[in-house]
Design a protein around this ligand. Structure first.
Ligand SMILES: [Zn+2]
Length: 135
């Protein structure tokens, strides 16, 4: 990011869904270069490339709801199909669905949280006050 683009970030309306896809990739929703996360699910304090503060981009439990609905639906559907087709003992279900559900959930958390931060950035639904210049 150049000094000029640091001082004049791109207009969010012109970027389309780019801030959201940057968030899904775990990158800063404004510049797409800095890291969004400082830990597994901890949002960094600010972008190390453009300096954008991530303060106020708290997604709360927002990313968990689609995970519960989508991954829960997939796992329960597959478990029901397995039960109807093969009637395996309960330990087979436990051995299959607990690790699969856990891995799918852990794999989906980071992209969905990044997507939520990207959506907050795009639509300015943060607790952070607007700064002079509308940035
Ligand atoms: Zn940035």
């Amino acid at each position: 990011m150049t000094e000029r683009s640091r001082n004049h970030p791109p207009d969010k309306a012109d970027e389309g869904m780019a801030p959201v896809t940057r968030g899904i990739r775990g990158r800063c929703p404004r510049c797409g270069e800095g890291r969004l996360f400082s830990g597994y699910l901890k949002v960094a304090d600010s972008c190390d490339v453009c300096g954008m503060s991530f303060h106020g981009h708290d997604t709360g439990d927002g990313p968990v709801v689609p995970i519960l609905l989508i991954i829960g639906g997939i796992v329960v559907g597959l478990a029901l199909a397995l039960e109807v087709l093969y009637e395996p003992p309960v330990w087979v279900h436990l051995l299959l669905w607990i690790p699969i559900g856990t891995l799918l959930t852990l794999g989906a958390m980071v992209p969905l949280k990044g997507m939520a931060v990207g959506l907050q950035y795009k639509y300015r639904s943060t607790e952070e006050d607007a700064r002079p210049g509308g940035v």
